[in-house]
Design a protein around this ligand. Structure first.
Ligand code: AMP
Length: 303
């Protein structure tokens, strides 16, 4: 079953302790759709400027991502500049240039309007709401956001969350959104805004999923080298929602499996800059790491 995703398509400039790149392909929707495309069909809604090269379009097409909703406008593509210190869990935003996103009006192609699975990747919550107003009756709406929008567009974001089933968000951002330092309490507050499931991304410490009366914890895949964490969260969400859409099953057991698939996908992204590592892998690499995570967390019963 296909997923409709709206989010950013970007040029990222990134500095980590291990290297530096300028204007590489990034953006929440790019990472998400590439990751999800290993599991199911994806239709991408976003805007690019007239500086966006054909090479990147060819790559997204090679993943069979439907680009009918990718608009090209006069002006520059969205740009993000960030830096990481030795604590790779924390991205320091140096510059955000919305560029063509400032005037972007999402137009959902008619064929996408009855999408059953919708992912509102990290983007202006007003655009997320606009997309939701154009889809008919989705079975599942999931959403991501970041500190930039929590502090800049809090009211709109909280309004968007009323219509969201699953929120996928960083640990520090849950605390910021809930205005509550304790994570368990913060999760309950945020669930009270709308999402019945809250997935908290904790970088190298893994993921916590909060549902009605249940908490699930998955570790990150242990890597001996993490090169650049940019895109890990969106890649995680792509694997998570991609697996849910492919299996069409939202029960607790399947949600847990989906969390592990998301974790596996994110573990590839962080091994290289941009989407370079995702360009190299195939489904065998994914299932291999999935089995390794299963072994990592396997332990005997007490009896
Ligand atoms: P993450 O998965 O959280 O590491 O997301 C990284 C991606 O988010 C980068 O490729 C950026 O281009 C993109 N990004 C950064 N800031 C924003 C923003 N304010 N709105 C939308 N996308 C953003």
């Amino acid at each position: 079953m296909s997923i409709l995703v709206v989010g950013s398509v970007a040029f990222d400039s990134i500095k980590t302790p291990f290297g530096e790149v300028d204007d590489v392909l990034g953006g929440s929707a790019c990472y998400f759709s590439t990751s999800a495309s290993f599991f199911t069909d994806v239709s991408l809604v976003a805007v690019i400027g007239d500086d966006f090269p054909q090479e990147h379009i060819d790559f997204l097409s090679s993943r069979e991502i439907d680009l009918a909703g990718l608009q090209r406008s006069a002006g520059k593509t969205f740009r993000w500049k960030g830096r990481y210190d030795y604590d790779l869990n924390e991205a320091h935003t140096l510059e955000t240039h919305l560029n063509v996103f400032e005037t972007f009006k999402p137009e959902i192609p008619a064929a996408y309007r009855d999408a059953e699975y919708v992912f509102l990747a990290n983007i202006d919550p007003e655009l997320q709401l606009d997309v939701l107003s154009q889809v008919k009756n989705p079975k599942l709406v999931a959403c991501d956001t970041m500190n930039f929008w929590i502090s800049g567009k809090r009211e709109k974001l909280i309004r968007t969350l009323e219509d969201v089933d699953i929120l996928v968000i960083n640990e520090a951002e849950v605390r910021q959104l809930a205005e509550e330092p304790n994570l368990v309490k913060a999760a309950e507050i945020v669930r009270g805004f709308g999402p019945r499931i809250l997935v908290v991304k904790r970088g190298e410490y893994g993921v916590l999923m909060f549902g009605e009366g249940s908490i699930f914890s998955a570790p990150a895949y242990p890597l001996d080298e993490v090169f650049d964490p940019t895109g890990a969260g969106d890649t995680f969400a792509g694997g998570f929602i991609g697996y849910l859409a492919a299996t069409r099953n939202l029960d607790e057991h399947n949600l847990r499996k989906a969390i592990v698939f998301g974790t596996v996908m994110a573990s590839f992204t962080v091994e290289k800059f941009s989407l370079e590592r995702l360009k190299e892998i195939d489904y065998n690499d994914i299932s291999d790491r999935y089995k390794k995570i299963k072994l990592l967390t396997d332990f005997a019963d007490l009896d």
